[in-house]
Write a protein that binds this ligand. Structure first.
Ligand code: FAD
Length: 389
């Protein structure tokens, strides 16, 4: 089998890249090691920057997002039991859209199926080969048989645990990492959200986030110790703890109900440099991870795909390798700004087990500055709604 671009991974990065390239007449084959249902079952991101909305429009998959997505013009920050609103729309002229990653993935999968472009699910032992030469290929097993896919380029869109980054010789890649000493216990419930906008809470018992997927589906998170087990958190224990961290209005308005998903996620900052190795490119979580506090993971995956898709189109249309030569540098410049913002939000809002009285006073001063200085609020809003591509 032969294609122009072999894409490893059918998460949002791989599917969006496939759709954008298909729109430009470039052939792709996507190899995914899980089933389509498994990929759709993962509950993840939900806050989408305008830049990503534009890419989904370009890919022809934004109709449902525009019909069902919730446009948010701001967010709320709570500390000392008091809420403060950061007005994105007023400060930057931009908004964000709340629309679940699961729905984006479903829209992309349906568009790909309709286009007839191939996605091979449950492909085992996917292995990128010879990407340092002119004739890369990807080997995989499917239904007990070995296959080989010859291609011009390989796009490693296979997430943090994927095979693409691991296939790069250790001496050719540099890894930067910070692991945070806590996780997020998340719950999804078919209950109306406690507020029209997200509420970020700094509380002495730990951080909490009130988020949502729709007018009837809520997503809440609690900062928790990494030693916690999700089985020890009954729904009622979760709601009781959330109420302790909410302000008075939130406690009164909170509607509780049975959870439909509950999980603990560790928090990590991670970047792999560079993002190009000959004819292999990394995109999305395969190259970087941010703690979800800044709502940047999915949006960064989209910005990588923006740079990579344009670089590949330029390569085929204009016979120019300028775009692919600059892909890594362009993507990393934006990634590190999002890494900084996500680290800053995480540091400002969470309780760190080792923090001293001095650290906590500084954290309070940072929050106070954010809500009392228009320059600080603009800087936060600008990063939250997304820096330009
Ligand atoms: C629990 C959780 C909560 C999150 N919450 C948020 C949030 O609130 N906001 C936010 O912005 N971001 C959030 N993120 C991050 C966001 O979901 C990711 O940034 C996004 O999924 C990245 O997309 P991706 O396509 O690059 O990677 P992935 O979504 O990880 O997709 C990679 C795909 O590659 C496949 N794959 C892996 N290995 C192989 C292999 N060897 N061969 C073939 N296929 C393979 C995987 O099965 C997967 O389908 C969250 C992530 C997690 C884990």
């Amino acid at each position: 089998m032969r294609t122009q671009i072999a894409i490893i991974g059918a998460g949002p990065s791989g599917l969006l890249l496939g759709q954008l390239l298909h729109g430009q007449g470039i052939d792709t084959v996507i190899l995914e090691n899980r089933s389509a249902d498994y990929v759709l079952g993962r509950i993840r991101a939900g806050v989408i920057e305008q830049g990503m909305v534009g890419l989904l429009e370009e890919a022809g998959v934004a109709a449902r997002l525009h019909g069902e997505g919730l446009v948010h013009g701001g967010t709320e920050i709570t500390f000392d039991d008091t809420r403060h609103r950061i007005d994105f729309k007023k400060l930057t002229g931009k908004t964000v859209t709340v629309y679940g990653q699961t729905e984006i993935t479903r829209d992309l999968m349906e568009a790909r199926a309709a286009s007839g472009a191939p996605t091979i699910y449950e492909a085992q032992d996917v292995t990128p080969l010879d990407f340092d030469g002119e004739k890369p290929r990807v080997r995989y097993r499917k239904d007990g048989k070995d296959h080989e896919l010859a291609c011009d380029f390989i796009a490693g869109c296979d997430g943090f645990h994927g095979v693409s980054r691991q296939s790069v010789p250790a001496g050719s890649i540099e890894l930067f990492e910070r692991v945070y000493p806590f996780g997020w216990l998340g719950i999804l419930s078919d209950t109306p959200p406690v507020s029209d906008e997200l509420i970020y809470i700094n509380h002495e018992r730990g951080f909490a986030l009130c988020s949502m997927r729709s007018h009837t589906r809520s997503r809440y998170y609690l900062q928790c110790s990494l030693a916690e087990h999700v089985e020890d958190w009954s729904d009622s224990r979760f709601w009781d703890e959330l109420k302790l961290r909410l302000d008075k209005e939130g406690r009164e308005r909170l509607v509780t109900g049975a959870s439909i998903e509950k999980s603990i996620a560790p928090l990590r900052s991670f970047v792999a440099e560079p993002m190009r190795f000959g004819r292999l490119f990394l995109a999305g979580d395969a190259a970087h991870i941010v703690p979800p506090t800044g709502a940047k993971g999915l949006n960064l995956a989209a910005s990588d795909v923006h740079y990579l898709s344009r670089a590949l189109v330029e390569f085929y249309r204009e016979k120019s390798s300028a775009g692919i030569d600059h892909y890594s540098g362009r993507a990393l410049a934006r990634i590190w700004k999002a890494e900084r913002f996500s680290w800053w939000m995480t540091t400002m809002l969470h309780r760190f087990p080792e923090s001293s009285g001095f650290d906590r006073r500084l954290q309070h001063a940072e929050l106070d500055y954010l809500v009392s200085s228009s320059a600080a609020a603009v800087a936060m809003a600008e990063n939250y709604v997304g820096l330009p591509y």
